[in-house]
Write a protein that binds this ligand. Structure first.
Ligand code: HEM
Ligand code: HEM
Length: 183
């Protein structure tokens, strides 16, 4: 029923959205940069930071999906055509899927490579698979490919949000922002 549809995202949804976005936008370039570094204690430290950020994304996405099952997001504006709405919903679900698949493939890669993941240096996560070179190659490729897919969809998603604000001049961006009131 349209009349009961909320007009804004809740504070929880906004905090989770921007925290996860920030972590992904840092983890991605760090991932690219660290793989090109010469072996050193700093390289290993950066690998750990990358994994901590990635596992945090995984935890926050699970929280966000729990939020999502309990709250209906605001409806898309009626000015959008059916195809546009389909693209927006498709992109959102692809993002949710990739926000799980990218950290999971990283974790699987680390396990197959024989490096345990110790979250923030404190909580050792279980190895998901045994040490296996062929499997490690597979998950490495998968992690790289999925991370690029994630970042490309994020770029399209952010461009669409900005277009909503500047061209369509609707409330789609402001309802996901903590500081701008909807017009
Ligand atoms: C949303 C979260 C994440 C993003 C966006 C991300 C992104 C990336 C990117 C772009 C690379 C470089 C790929 C390459 O050029 O080879 C990379 C490498 C790597 N990632 Fe992630 N990653 C994430 C989460 C994780 C997690 C959770 C783990 C492990 C627990 C992980 C482990 C690794 C490792 C070990 C590498 C290095 C691969 C190598 O040595 O070549 N990543 N990641
Ligand atoms: C890594 C970065 C990002 C990820 C993974 C991401 C993911 C998502 C997802 C999954 C949703 C759907 C929420 C739902 O209805 O369940 C969403 C909504 C939204 N995102 Fe992002 N986002 C990212 C970055 C950005 C950026 C940079 C912007 C703005 C420039 C942005 C603007 C928005 C807006 C305005 C909405 C609400 C759309 C609506 O009301 O239908 N996001 N985001």
């Amino acid at each position: 029923m349209k009349s009961s549809s909320p007009t804004r995202y809740t504070g929880t949804a906004i905090v989770l959205h921007w925290l996860i976005a920030l972590l992904i936008l840092v983890a991605f370039p760090v991932g690219l940069f660290m793989t090109d570094m010469k072996l050193s204690p700093l390289k290993l430290q950066i690998y750990s930071w990358h994994k901590w950020a990635g596992v945090t994304v995984l935890v926050l996405v699970v929280l966000r999906l729990v939020w999502r099952t309990m709250h209906r997001p605001p409806a898309l504006p009626d000015s959008m055509g059916p195809l546009e709405k389909l693209a927006a919903h498709g992109a959102h679900w692809a993002l949710y899927l990739l926000m799980i698949a990218v950290p999971m493939s990283g974790w699987l890669f680390s396990s197959a490579k024989g490096f345990p993941v110790v979250w923030f240096g404190v909580l050792q996560l279980p190895d998901l698979v045994g040490k296996d070179a062929a499997l490690a190659d597979f998950f490495h490729e998968a992690h790289e490919l999925l991370a690029w897919a994630l970042i490309l969809i994020v770029a399209a998603h952010a461009a669409a949000a900005i277009k909503h604000h500047l061209v369509a001049r609707d409330e789609v961006l402001t309802r996901m922002l903590p500081f701008l009131k909807s017009r």
